[in-house]
Write a protein that binds this ligand. Sequence first.
Ligand SMILES: Cc1cc2nc3c(=O)[nH]c(=O)nc-3n(C[C@H](O)[C@H](O)[C@H](O)COP(=O)(O)O)c2cc1C
Length: 207
Amino acid sequence: MKQFNKSDIKTLKEIMLLRRDVRGNRFIKKKIDDKILDEILSAANSAPSVGFSQPWKFVIVKSKDKRDAIYKEFEKENTKAKKIFKDNEVYPRLKLEGIKESYINVAVLYEKPKKKVLGQTTQKKMGEYSVVCAIQNLWLMARAYNIGVGWISILKPKNVKKILGIGKEYKLVAYLAIGYVDEFLEEPELLQIEWEKKKSLKDIKTL
Ligand SMILES: Cc1cc2nc3c(=O)[nH]c(=O)nc-3n(C[C@H](O)[C@H](O)[C@H](O)COP(=O)(O)O)c2cc1C
């Protein structure tokens, strides 16, 4: 049985603490080697999943036309979001995506089960939660390779699926921008600009 040591723990902690959500103002034009991309996707593929169903599917989007179309969708949705945050002068200045600037986009899908899934008989969302576990693995492994990931959620899944030609047997869980960066911020940007505060361990409840 493999035993991890203090140095491994320190590294894991650093990868976790220094993982950032990366937006378009940080991505640089540098190719990601196919082998490294495979390592990152393999990390995602090793995530825990309900009934070992591994219900994820990754669609790599390189096409400029498709990305331009997705970007238009983002602009449409963000215009609505700007109205929602109309009393906040910071919101319109935030860069909230990196669709065009990143090396690749990755649509992460949930494949609806074709057979009964062990553990998913009571709580139907467990498959989708498993996909999120895969995304977190991907995010951390990318950071270990000094590659940035940004999750873009200001998009209508239905429209993204249409642009990418994705069938109704799949649900869009995440749309990611992935690429090398000029810098990883030490702290979340939204913490730095005091949009939100960091949650303290005091919030944990013991029963
Ligand atoms: C489910 C999810 C959706 C997110 N959607 C967006 C988004 O649409 N645009 C954006 O700029 N950041 C998005 N983020 C990034 C968060 O703002 C970011 O994770 C948070 O501020 C903490 O910063 P950090 O990831 O750099 O630690 C999303 C993150 C998650 C987990």
